[in-house]
Design a protein around this ligand. Structure first.
Ligand SMILES: Nc1ncnc2c1ncn2[C@@H]1O[C@H](COP(=O)(O)OP(=O)(O)O)[C@@H](O)[C@H]1O
Ligand SMILES: [Mg+2]
Length: 252
């Protein structure tokens, strides 16, 4: 229902052996909100992404998406419901071109459903998406195999694959890592345009300056627990955040 949260997460937990990677996290996300997720290395950010998108099954807790519990659903079913994720460690089909990598989500049941079969020119849509994330149209970067593409292109391909799915919720895991300042500057407006178009986004990010410009709210994790949540302007002021997050940054 309108006004209900798009996502309502309660008591979400996952351990690996003795490590509590995600330890009883609660949060809500409203439609069209952008929530940043930050925290030191190993604080559970990627595990949270994996839990939300079906790549890891929670030990306990609930993930209500549009009022239905999606915890434990396989990734393809989560994606089919409109949750798209990008990978911190990029995961293209390496043997396919960037262009063909996009044809895969463009042929998904979700996109077929959303377009009612009237898809138009799929090849043109794939090229438009690649251009949108900074690939030079009609150059070899869109047709060479992903295995031969520089890292910056592979990160941007991650975002294009997500957009291709026409998701309601984007879960982006360190999209900016490994990108040059110029590449980040090129991607930020793409994300802003998604938000203007109604997208809801969870952004795990190390690049705080850029994140804080985009995010409405920031959640801070440390050792799998939420230690703070608030607007980007003030969230870093909490003493727990300073010692946990900045302390570890200072150590490198
Ligand atoms: N598949 C796994 N098997 C064992 N331990 C894991 C696995 N995934 C994550 N972990 C551990 O869980 C903790 C959180 O990791 P991760 O979610 O990747 O953190 P972050 O993304 O914040 O750097 C770390 O201690 C990490 O070693
Ligand atoms: Mg991570």
């Amino acid at each position: 229902m309108k006004g209900d949260p798009l996502l309502d997460v309660t008591g979400l937990s996952k351990s690996f052996g003795g490590v509590k990677a995600v330890d009883g996290i609660d949060f809500q996300l409203k439609e069209n909100e952008v929530m940043g997720v930050i925290g030191p290395n190993g604080s559970g950010k990627t595990t949270l992404v994996n839990l939300l998108t079906g790549f890891v099954t929670p030990d306990s807790g609930r993930i209500q998406y549009r009022g239905q519990d999606i915890a434990g659903l396989p990734p393809y079913q989560v994606a089919d419901r409109g949750v798209a994720r990008s990978f911190q460690m990029v995961k293209p089909f390496y043997a396919l071109s960037a262009f063909k990598n996009l044809v895969v989500p463009l042929q998904s049941p979700r996109v077929r459903r959303l377009t009612g079969g009237k898809f138009g020119d799929r090849d043109a849509v794939a090229k438009d998406l690649l251009e949108e994330v900074g690939f030079e149209r009609d150059s070899s970067v869109i047709t060479q195999t992903a295995s031969s593409l520089p890292h910056g292109y592979l990160k941007r391909l991650e975002l294009a694959k997500c957009i291709a799915l026409q998701p309601d919720l984007f879960v982006l895991d360190e999209l900016f890592s490994g990108l040059s300042l110029a590449e980040v500057a090129g991607i930020v407006p793409v994300i802003e345009k998604l938000v203007a178009g109604g997208a809801t986004i969870i952004m795990v990010e190390h690049r705080l300056r850029e994140l804080f410009r985009i995010a409405d709210r920031v959640m801070v994790l440390n050792f799998g627990c939420k230690i703070a949540e608030g607007p980007p302007e003030t969230v870093m002021e909490a003493p727990e955040v300073r010692s946990a997050y900045l302390g570890s940054e200072a150590e490198g």
